[in-house]
Design a protein around this ligand. Structure first.
Ligand code: SF4
Length: 353
């Protein structure tokens, strides 16, 4: 495959509801209702990813992740536009400094596909676009002034929508700061647009080691031949690759599905790292799996597969209170109407369901 095939696939991705295949539209109840959702939260689906949907299945898990759903427009009182309070930790444009020794750098608000359950629905596909050179200057100078920051996590949006040249430049600038010792690149590209993972990109990322690639696969059907090839390329280039998954109702809230996904990743030398409780983001309430069910699923998973196939089940507490493993030591109480979790300092945080 040519090194630039991904650019053509990205340009050809479906962005308008009316361009969806008609059999799919009929099974979804028509274009009008979906367009209203896509006007609020952009839709984008690479055509090869769309082919993974079974139009005869009204509950297809792949469709559920990428097709607009009228429930996204329902206001859920427990959800927020910025559930992790990230905007409050944005120290300079694009840079979120929440934890002492690491920062999140949002290099773009674009993705190859807009996940309907995204934590950053407020930004994805409708924010400011791409970090400018001037903004990068400010980021680098912040890093230089904060020697405590040893790790920079590139995120967005999806950093791999940027060209190799731009990525190389950003990574070089960040790594020119002596106190930055580690970089992570978070991406959903291997799942939604695997053609993006070329020899050239894998080599480029490898030149910037130490660097972890953090992929995002949610369902075993995303692990098709092209995705496998993409992961193999990254691993063969000598990169450490770990995966995060979001626990999603109607997609992967089933121990068999999770086991197949995590074992499939492990066989490709990709370590399942986190299973995230879906954040309390406005417009995503229909994806939420109750914590109690998540804990039960993890128990079943541990009985079924080896430890290297078991990620850590975590919840990012609302309001920027930090990420905690959902293990019993972080659960103060659990009732039918909600739970109380303990933040990293042991302080109680109410949590719905
Ligand atoms: S690829 Fe990541 S940032 Fe983009 S929409 Fe999906 S979850 Fe959000």
């Amino acid at each position: 495959m040519s090194q630039d095939a991904w650019k053509q696939q990205l340009a050809a991705a479906i962005r308008r509801v009316e361009d969806l295949p008609s059999d799919l539209l009929v099974s979804l109840g028509g274009a009008q209702a979906l367009q209203r959702v896509a006007d609020e939260y952009p839709m984008m689906i690479p055509r090869r990813y769309l082919e993974r949907i079974d139009p005869s299945n009204p509950h297809d898990p792949i469709a559920r992740m990428v097709l607009p759903d009228p429930r996204e427009l329902e206001v859920d009182p427990v959800c927020q536009v910025d559930p992790l309070g990230e905007d409050g930790y944005e120290v300079v444009a694009g840079l979120i400094h929440h934890y002492r020794d690491r920062v999140l750098l949002l290099v773009t608000t674009r993705c190859a596909s807009y996940c309907r359950f995204c934590t950053r629905k407020r930004l994805a596909g409708r924010g400011w676009g791409q970090l400018t050179e001037r903004q990068l200057d400010v980021v680098v100078s912040y890093l230089e002034q904060h020697g405590e920051i040893r790790e920079v996590i590139l995120s967005g949006g999806d950093p791999l929508v940027l060209s190799d040249q731009v990525l190389d430049h950003i990574l070089g600038r960040i790594q020119s700061v002596p106190s930055v010792r580690m970089v992570r690149v978070g991406t959903r590209m291997p799942a939604v647009l695997p053609a993006r993972i070329t020899d050239g990109l894998a080599g480029l990322l490898a030149r910037h080691r130490p660097l972890f690639v953090v992929t995002h696969f949610d369902h075993p059907r995303e692990l098709g031949a092209e995705a496998r090839r993409a992961l193999e390329l990254l691993v063969a280039a000598g990169l450490a690759v770990v995966n995060q998954t979001v626990l999603l109702a109607g997609v992967n809230d089933d121990v068999g599905v999770l086991a197949e996904l995590f074992c499939g990743l492990q066989e490709l030398m990709v370590r399942p790292y986190y299973l995230h409780q879906c954040d309390l983001t406005q417009g995503t309430g229909h994806f939420r799996v109750p914590l109690r069910q998540g804990i039960e699923l993890m128990g079943q998973l541990r009985q079924r597969v080896g430890g290297l196939c078991v990620p850590q089940y975590v919840v990012d507490l609302p309001g920027g209170r930090g990420k905690v493993p959902v293990a019993l030591q972080h659960v103060a109480s659990m009732g039918l109407s909600g739970s109380v979790l303990l933040d990293p300092e042991g302080r109680p945080v109410p949590y719905p369901l």
